[in-house]
Ligand binder design. Structure first.
Ligand code: ZN
Length: 315
């Protein structure tokens, strides 16, 4: 439909009227669950959630009610039952510049328990499209879809799902595109159960490498299992800190708020044999060379972040 980007309030109201024409139209018709409700999926779900409720096991098991959506999901192979109305609504929003999407919330209502063997079907309707809203992410429209789930042909529950289709707020980049933004923080690492030991080591100014206790293969970055023998058992080895630059790039573009281009990003080979990506300090970006010896140090980036980096010396 190629609608223009709605900028003024009048255009926004006109655009909202176009969007509201989709309210009540089907989002999916005659959807079929890829599998009937089944014990293996229930068991995997309960293990992933750490839910040990006895109602979900044994001969009289029911499915956890919050699995309602799981029985309707298309998986990697997708669903073919999405309606043309939903695709048209998406295209209209995309065409107006609301190209990004984020799921915001979900509401479920349970009408009866689901049990292994129940065959799942569903229909979904575009319930509402909000007026233009501005959020921290950007400006856009909330789209609410209601899915009615049936088991063996009788109503089993309702799943209401809301997304924000939005135009991202202006990219966080400095006007010149060349300098770090004052006060901008570097991205935080994602610390999880698989890599927490590494970050605990960093806090103690130790660079820890995982070593498989079954076959002694070193691994970095941290992973839950050994890529050589699949053993889940490991210990740590503290890196000596001696390393060489195995390869590097000089970043000029794109700009990131906390970084000041140009700068070198290196793949460093530790004396122990594993490699890691890091920054090179102590040497101008254009003096970094492959094979250059470097030494581990810890850089206090800001109050909340300390990182292992490698110091080179010129000449
Ligand atoms: Zn191993």
């Amino acid at each position: 439909m190629g609608a223009a980007e709605p900028d003024g309030p009048e255009e926004a109201a006109r655009f909202h009227t176009l969007l509201q024409a989709f309210e009540g139209l089907p989002a999916a018709v005659g959807g079929q669950g890829k599998d009937p409700v089944n014990a293996p999926m229930i068991r995997h779900w309960c293990e992933a959630m750490g839910d040990t409720d006895p109602a979900y096991t044994g001969p009289d098991a029911i499915a956890p009610p919050t699995m309602l959506q799981a029985w309707t999901m298309g998986g990697l192979s997708g669903h073919t039952d999405r309606s043309s109305a939903y695709d048209e609504l998406t295209a209209l929003l995309d065409g107006a510049g609301f190209t990004s999407v984020v799921a915001t919330d979900c509401e479920q209502e349970y009408l009866r328990p689901l049990r292994p063997g129940d065959a799942i079907t569903f229909d979904a309707v575009i319930e509402s499209v909000s007026a233009r809203k501005t959020t921290k992410l950007g400006t856009g429209h909330f789209v609410t879809t209601r899915m009615d789930v049936h088991a063996n042909g009788t109503p089993a529950g309702t799943h209401r799902f809301r997304i924000l289709k939005y135009r991202p707020a202006g990219p966080a980049r400095p006007p010149s595109g060349r300098q770090a933004q004052p006060g901008a923080l570097r991205p935080r690492p994602v610390v999880n159960r698989d890599n927490r030991g590494f970050w605990d080591g960093v806090a103690e100014h130790k660079l820890l490498i995982q070593r498989c206790t079954a076959c002694a293969t070193l691994r970095f970055p941290w992973l839950p299992g050994c890529h050589a023998c699949s053993s889940p058992d490991w210990e740590t080895v503290e890196a000596s800190g001696e390393a060489t630059v195995f390869s590097y790039v000089v970043m000029h573009h794109p700009p990131f708020p906390a970084f000041d281009p140009p700068y070198a990003v290196a793949l460093v080979e530790l004396a122990e044999g594993v490699r890691m990506v890091s920054n090179i300090t102590g040497v101008p970006y254009d003096k970094v060379r492959i094979g250059m010896p470097v030494r581990l140090e810890f850089l206090r980036v800001d109050d909340g972040l300390e990182l292992p980096v490698f110091r080179g010396s010129e000449g």
